[in-house]
Every structure is written in structure tokens, then in C-alpha cells.
Design a protein around this ligand. Structure first.
Ligand code: PMP
Length: 398
């Protein structure tokens, strides 16, 4: 029997990140010792006081449907977080809590992108952005950012990419996959361009806000003339090690927040009541565990950056945030091992997985086919092993 699925399925692809994690798990199940550097989540456990809040919530009967955009006190706590961390004023009504930042991004794209609208995405970019635009039949306009500019878009590039049909600009800072962080001056340069084009909304994905080694975190919403057009995406997955809890949120102008609430009310409704109670505890508490985690990530970054730089052929970038390295691997293209030639980053990832038993993600997934992404959100022992194996096996390519 053939299954007649909707056309939209053929427009989008499964994230390579999830595909690599699946492949790695399959090899592990066969007893192979895989060093998994493909994962995009902190290896730390959720802090105890947040877990305790969830247990208490269950016992206190927080087990029912909640308002679609989240409990009122949680939305107030999120608004307070924006004031505390970013100096931004939002009312609780401007906050929509969701089932993870990914859903907040979907709410935003579904709310503003019509068929044939253009959406500008600087590359490298996070995998989901383009796929959501395609689901809405929007036109993705990729802008290739150079390694020399640490993979950040320049005002000139932005200006050249915007047309009267441009509806949305999507980016992350700190960036997944490059770890690049936009400074206030860099954001100001972009803000000046956006001010000339009032039809463009800006989706600013700040999910890695706390995982920043240069600090302080800057948001493009901090430019008052632009604030009403900025949709900030954030959540608890990365900074509080809460990926499994599914807790994201957006902050935006009220008409946008109402649109997100409406979209979400027909898709998922609210996220889990228990996660929401835990989130109030996370957001109203201190950031000590986040800071401890970042200190550890910084040590690992320094280690893996030096380790990768010692491997001939890898061109290593300098991430200032998030927990990824994004080296250029094009020096290996055209080289071979036992008759098999590495044509591109996809081939190199497969070579590393099957020969070195190190799982990474091809840069092709992020719009940068000359790079690969390695996550250092894993123990130092694994990083040591991973770098040593990569060095050994990449050295065999001739
Ligand atoms: N944005 C970026 C840039 C991410 O890396 C991720 C997670 N990998 C998300 C959004 C989604 O986060 P969440 O788990 O909150 O859905």
C-alpha cells in the first residue's frame, strides 16, 4: 500500500542532529564504544531545588490544564527575568510560555510568515529555522557569513538581503552551531539597517544566553525603536539543564503574543503544569548552578579548542558562547582511506563515526558544508578520548 502524505512533508527534512544521535545510539547498542559529540544538551542534571519544586507541585495537585500561555505567576516571573537579566520591560501578557524554545520559534514563524514571504537567515544557522519557514511556504534567503567575521552577518550583507518581500529575520546569539556571540556594537549595526525596513520582524533566539564566555549578554530588543518588532525566544533547556522538561518562552509586542497564544491553543495548548511550577522556582532563584556549569563549559572549550587546533588540517574557530566547536574540515575533502574518498563534510562525519567512533554533525545541516559541529557538553574524559581518536584517524586520510 502506498501512503499519500501531504506535500509539506517532502519540503522538510529530519534534523541531522537527531539523525546522528540515533545512529550513534544504534552503534552503542551493538557494543561499540562511541564518543558522542553530536548532542546539543548539557550533560548536567537539573539542579536539585528545581526538581524538588516539581515533586512538590505534583503533590500539591498541579496536575491539570493551565492557561495556554502559562500560569500567570510564571509569566510574571519570566517578565521579571527579562528585567533582571536584560533590562527589558515586558508585561506578563507579552510572555507566552511554550513546550520548549522550538515551539516558541514555530509559534513565531506560523504567526508571521505567509506563502512567498521572504525570511532572511544568516548561515551557519540552527537547523529548525529553515524547515519551519518551508512548512509555511515562505522563501528562505540564506546569507553566507564568513569565518573571518566569526560567522556573523554584517550590516552590509543584511542590507543587501532585504527586499520589500522580507518579512522575518532569524538568528541566534550565542549561536548554535558556531558559538559566536554578537556584541552590542554589532547588534547596533544591524539595528540601523532594520530601522530602514519597518516591515521586517526579527526573531532573536537567545536560548544560550547564560552560556556566554565574553558576557554580558546583549539582545537586539535593547534598542528601543526596534523592540516592538523583536521576538525574543528563550527557555530553560540550556541554562538550567532542563531539556526534557520542555519549557520555552517568547517575549514580544502584545499583538504578536496574542497570535502565538492563538496558534499554540490549536497545537499543544500549554506545556506541562509540573514543568511550569518548576520553572517558577528556576527563574526566581539565583543563577549559581548556571554559573558553575558555564565555568565547566569554559574549561572544556579551552581544552577541545587546543586539542582540535593540534590536528593538522582542521581550521578551528573561536566560540564565545554555547557549547559547540565548528571547525572547517575542507582540507580533508578529496583525501581517502582504503579507497574511500571523503567528498564533503557528510562523508567526513561518517568516517569519524564508523572508523574513529566519534559522533559529530555535518555542517551541511547548518548551511555550512565545509564544517562539522562538535558538542563539548560532555565529560572531559570523553573529550580527551574524542580528540585523540580524531587525531589518529584524520591522520590516516591521504
Ligand atoms: N534554539 C537553538 C539555537 C537550539 O540550539 C535549541 C536546542 N538545540 C533550541 C532552540 C530548542 O530548545 P528547546 O529544547 O527549548 O526546544
Amino acid at each position: 500500500m502506498t501512503f499519500q502524505l501531504a506535500d509539506r512533508l517532502s519540503r522538510i527534512s529530519e534534523p541531522q542532529t537527531i539523525k546522528m544521535a540515533k545512529l550513534g545510539r544504534e552503534l552503542k547498542a551493538q557494543g561499540i564504544d562511541i564518543v558522542d559529540l553530536s548532542i546539543g544538551e548539557p550533560d548536567f542534571d537539573t539542579p536539585v531545588h528545581i526538581r524538588d519544586a516539581a515533586k512538590k507541585a505534583m503533590d500539591e495537585g498541579y496536575t491539570h490544564y493551565t492557561p495556554v500561555a502559562g500560569y500567570a505567576d510564571l509569566r510574571a516571573a519570566v517578565a521579571q527575568k527579562f528585567k533582571r537579566d536584560n533590562g527589558l520591560d515586558y508585561t506578563p501578557e507579552q510572555i507566552v510560555v511554550s513546550t520548549g524554545a522550538k515551539q516558541s520559534i514555530a509559534n513565531a514563524v506560523l504567526s508571521v510568515v505567509d506563502p512567498a514571504d521572504e525570511v532572511v537567515i544568516p548561515t551557519p544557522y540552527w537547523v529548525t529555522y529553515s524547515e519551519l519557514v518551508k512548512l509555511c511556504q515562505g522563501e528562505v534567503v540564506f546569507v553566507a557569513c564568513s569565518a573571518e567575521n566569526n560567522y556573523k552577518i554584517t550590516p552590509e550583507q543584511l542590507e543587501a538581503a532585504i527586499t520589500p518581500k522580507t518579512k522575518l529575520f532569524m538568528f541566534s546569539s550565542p549561536c548554535n552551531p558556531t558559538g559566536s556571540v554578537y556584541s552590542r556594537e554589532e547588534l547596533e549595526g544591524l539595528a540601523k539597517v532594520f530601522l530602514k525596513h519597518p516591515q521586517v520582524y526579527i526573531m532573536s533566539d537567545e536560548i544560550y544566553e547564560y552560556i556566554n564566555y565574553t558576557g554580558p549578554h546583549e539582545s537586539i530588543a535593547q534598542f528601543p525603536e526596534l523592540k516592538d518588532r523583536v521576538i525574543i525566544i528563550n527557555g530553560l533547556s540550556k541554562g538550567f539543564a532542563m531539556t526534557g522538561w520542555r519549557l520555552g518562552f517568547s517575549a514580544s509586542a502584545l499583538p504578536l503574543a496574542k497570535a502565538f497564544d492563538k496558534i499554540q491553543s490549536q497545537f499543544t495548548s500549554a506545556t506541562s503544569s509540573i514543568s511550569q511550577r518548576a520553572a517558577v522556582t528556576a527563574l526566581t532563584g539565583d543563577l549559581l548552578t548556571a554559573k558553575a556549569m558555564v565555568a565547566e563549559f569554559r574549561k572544556r572549550r579551552d581544552f577541545i579548542a587546543a586539542g582540535l587546533a593540534s590536528i593538522p588540517g582542521l581550521k578551528v574557530n573561536e566560540p564565545e558562547g554555547a557549547f559547540y566547536m565548528f571547525p572547517n574540515v575542507s582540507a580533508f575533502f578529496g583525501k581517502s582511506f582504503e579507497g574511500d574518498t571523503i567528498r564533503n563534510a557528510d562523508d567526513l562525519c561518517m568516517f569519524l563515526l564508523h572508523k574513529a567512533h566519534v559522533s559529530t554533525v555535518t555542517g551541511g545541516a547548518f548551511g555550512a558544508p565545509e564544517c562539522i559541529r562538535l558538542s563539548y557538553a560532555t565529560g572531559m574524559d570523553k573529550l580527551e578520548k574524542g580528540v585523540a581518536r580524531m587525531k589518529e584517524w584524520l591522520g590516516k586520510l591521504v
